[in-house]
Ligand binder design. Structure first.
Ligand code: PEP
Ligand code: MG
Length: 745
């Protein structure tokens, strides 16, 4: 009889959990031909207590206790990974416990007991000889530990409260994970997993045939569901279809299914078998660096999860059940998915992938929640209801934070609330410098919630309305009627303040869910923005028509993105004129005036200002794109983020040229990239001559405070002197300048 069959009879035996645990150690010690088998269980306070042993002194049971991280057993619990040691005493963390008589043993194999992503204990076997345990033995012991997880989770061995209260010590250690800041801010809340993880409660099966039948049924349901998705995916892009096709292929993979069936025949339930085969594959693939293969592992993970959902069923969190303070954790997600959550309850977003320009990050910025991206391994370490701190200031997350971390967090939160109150006190004050220079401060928008921000901040207007955002959050391109009603709402809610509508900047990283972007190699420099809309003039004409109609006789501001040469603007402008004429012939009310602008995002345009400026009413620098192209440095790549500085002489000189040319041509100039929302950068921009900035709403307060403490004339003179020098960056010099003169940054 195999080990699993013998364990099965123990699991269903009419005995206390503690007796059953003891029987497990006996069976395992015999099966592995080991002198010792011990089981440690996690108690409140993150202590591992010896609960059962075959081979160690029985007096040590309930007496030997190790903190997580202490000793080899504690090291296994802390890492959540097996340790296979032929000489345990050589391990740097070996801790000697005289009561156990442990010094007699040399080799040791230990595996964590994990259930639902948590370490509930550790199981070890020991031998007197210097034995090397095989891969197969490690795997078998892991399977056994899965089964023990069920016993421990049952609540009989350790008080139910201890297993139920995740912050009470039974969970894994508090953890800090590094990521990158995609939106700053601080958030504290309970974890919600965006893709629910299936928790397996039954590991050992009574009847393998029944389990094989369950697997067959679940597989056929899953195939059906995948086929349905493929059928209805005709409107989806090629990439999405590819993924589904790959799933379909994997789902029929004989090797994968064969291994699952084998595990069932060995005595596991269908769900435990799927989980086990998946864990094995993942462990084997952990070292693989090849990105293509890594993606395939992710595909397999998704597939295993789908199959588990068919086997066990899973409840998605309903909106009412969403915790009042929620931190959402996901591998990645689309913008619409984030908007599905009740934003009043959202306190933060953690992504295992994601970059600053990913659309979900742009949406999260509008919702004003901290976002931490590239938090590798977050999903595997977090469980539902775990307490999480999303520290968007430092790009890190704290999982199950300890009391001192929580206390530090409360302090930072209080400090930032105090700061917010100071900004709020400035709401009705002008952004006017001490020497009387006024700077127009505007918000960047893309969601209806941004209009609330416009009112709250009392900004001068919307300096950049990203029209692609509402396009991204829909399942199809909105028609004229839908666009008119949306733009109308924005204009009305802006209540007389100017709104600059940027025409569709789709493509690149801002993929529309219903759009085929042909998998470009350099999407930021690819078929995006005006390149798309000039190739699909109908789309641009529909949008311009909608804007004209929505303006209902008021002034309209339209801006074209990613213009690289004047002819592109001329063609776009012609389409606008055609639409104005068309609307006029049809008897629609025309805007009282149409101001037409261009975004300066492609450096080539700097060398065409002579011919461009006479044709336009305003120019807005999109510094996010402009500097990524100027320095040839991907704006979404965290490895490059500190490499080139927007406050370096080449960057500032480029801006200086633009300021001067616009002044000569009397064209209104603004800047609407992220740079304008950072006080030090905003100070430099004002020192160069910028008088209009547009930024995310949360930046209005800090930038206004800076301006109100600044003497613009003095700064302009200082910057003129510094610009000619060959600094790497003016950052330090400008910071010192501000410090010496009491400018609040
Ligand atoms: C920019 O490029 O600076 C900009 C404001 O546009 P977006 O961030 O939407 O590309
Ligand atoms: Mg841009």
């Amino acid at each position: 009889m195999g080990i699993l069959s013998r364990l099965r009879s123990v699991m269903i035996a009419d005995a206390t959990a503690e007796t059953r645990l003891k029987l497990v150690t006996d069976i395992v010690a015999t099966d592995f031909v080991s002198e010792v088998c011990s089981i440690y269980i996690m108690r409140a306070g993150e202590v591992l207590e010896l609960f059962a042993t075959k081979g160690l002194k029985l007096d040590a049971v309930h007496l030997t206790r190790l903190r997580v991280g202490e000793g080899v057993v504690g090291a296994i619990a802390a890492s959540g990974r097996p340790l296979n040691l032929s000489e345990a005493q050589d391990h740097p963390q070996f801790a000697y416990r005289p009561e156990t008589g442990e010094e007699l043993y040399h080799s040791m194999l230990g595996v964590p007991i994990i259930r639902g992503g948590r370490v509930l204990g550790v199981m070890v076997i020991q031998n007197k000889t210097q034995r090397h345990y095989t891969e197969e033995e490690v795997e078998t012991l892991q399977t056994v530990s899965m089964i023990i997880g069920e016993l421990v989770g049952g609540g009989e061995l350790v008080k139910k409260e201890e297993t139920l209260l995740p912050t009470d010590g039974i969970a894994m250690l508090p953890l800090r994970l590094e990521g990158v800041t995609l939106n700053s801010g601080l958030g504290l809340g309970e974890a919600i997993l965006h893709e629910p993880r299936v928790v397996i409660s039954q590991f050992v099966a009574e009847d393998p045939d029944e389990e094989l039948e369950r697997l067959r049924k679940a597989l056929s349901e899953m195939h059906g569901a995948l086929d349905d998705m493929l059928e209805s995916s005709e409107s989806l892009d090629a990439e999405h279809r590819d993924i589904l096709e790959t799933y379909r292929m994997f789902a029929e993979d004989a090797g994968w299914l064969g291994r699952i069936r084998e595990a069932i025949k060995a005595g596991l339930t269908a769900e435990a078998a799927v989980q086990k085969v998946h864990d094995d594959t993942e462990a084997r693939m952990a070292q693989v660096q090849d990105p293509y293969l890594r993606e395939r592992v992710n595909d397999l993970k998704d597939l295993a999860n789908r199959l588990l959902q068919h086997l066990v069923g899973v409840e998605k969190i309903s909106p009412e059940d969403m915790p009042l303070n929620a931190i959402v954790i996901a591998k990645n997600m689309g913008p619409a998915e984030l908007l599905d959550y009740d934003r009043k309850r959202l306190r933060g977003l953690i992504l295992e992938e994601g970059s600053a320009t990913s659309h979900v990050a742009i949406i999260a910025r509008a919702l004003d929640i901290p976002v931490i991206g590239q938090a590798k391994g977050a999903l595997g370490r977090v469980d539902y209801s775990d307490q999480i701190i999303a520290d968007g200031h430092n790009g890190q997350i704290f999982i199950r934070p300890s009391d001192d971390v929580l206390a530090a967090f409360e302090k930072s939160l209080k400090a930032s609330e105090k700061q917010k109150a100071l900004y709020a006190a400035l709401v009705n004050k002008p952004a006017e410098s001490v020497d009387g220079v006024t700077v127009s401060l505007n918000v960047n928008a893309g969601l209806l919630v941004d209009l609330e921000h416009l009112r709250e901040t009392n900004a001068d207007g919307i300096g950049l309305y990203r029209t692609e955002i509402p396009f991204m959050a829909r399942s199809a391109i909105p028609g004229v009627e839908a666009q008119v009603s949306l733009y109308k709402k924005i204009i009305e809610e802006a209540d007389g303040r100017p709104v600059v509508f940027r025409t569709l900047d789709a493509g690149g990283d801002k993929v529309l869910p219903y759009w085929d972007n042909h998998g470009e190699e350099n999407p930021a420099m690819g078929w995006r923005a005006i390149r798309v809309t000039l190739d699909r003039p109908y789309l641009l004409r529909q949008q311009l028509r909608s804007l004209i109609r929505a303006s209902g006789g008021r002034e309209l501001n339209v801006m074209f993105p990613m213009v690289a040469e004047v002819t592109e603007f001329v063609r776009a402008r012609r389409l606008l004129d055609m639409e104005i004429e068309r609307e006029s012939i049809k008897g629609h009310r025309l805007p009282s005036r149409v101001n037409v602008g261009v975004m300066l995002e492609v450096p080539s345009l700097i060398f065409q200002l002579d011919s461009l400026l006479p044709l336009i009413d305003f120019l807005s620098v999109g510094s996010n794109d402009m500097f990524q192209f100027l320095f040839a440095a991907d704006r979404g790549n965290p490895r490059l983020s500190g490499r080139y500085d927007t406050l370096s002489p080449p960057a500032l000189n480029a801006l200086k040229v633009v300021v001067e040319r616009c002044k000569e041509a009397d064209v209104y100039l603004s800047l609407c990239g992220e740079m304008g929302g950072r006080p030090l950068e905003a100070m430099a921009l004002v020192g160069l001559g910028f008088r209009k900035l547009s930024m995310s709403a949360s930046a209005i307060g800090p930038v206004k405070m800076m301006i109100r403490s600044l003497n613009v004339g003095q700064l302009e003179r200082f910057m003129a002197e510094q610009m000619g020098k060959s600094h790497h960056s003016l950052r330090t010099i400008l910071r010192q300048y501000a410090k010496d003169r009491g400018i609040i940054l």
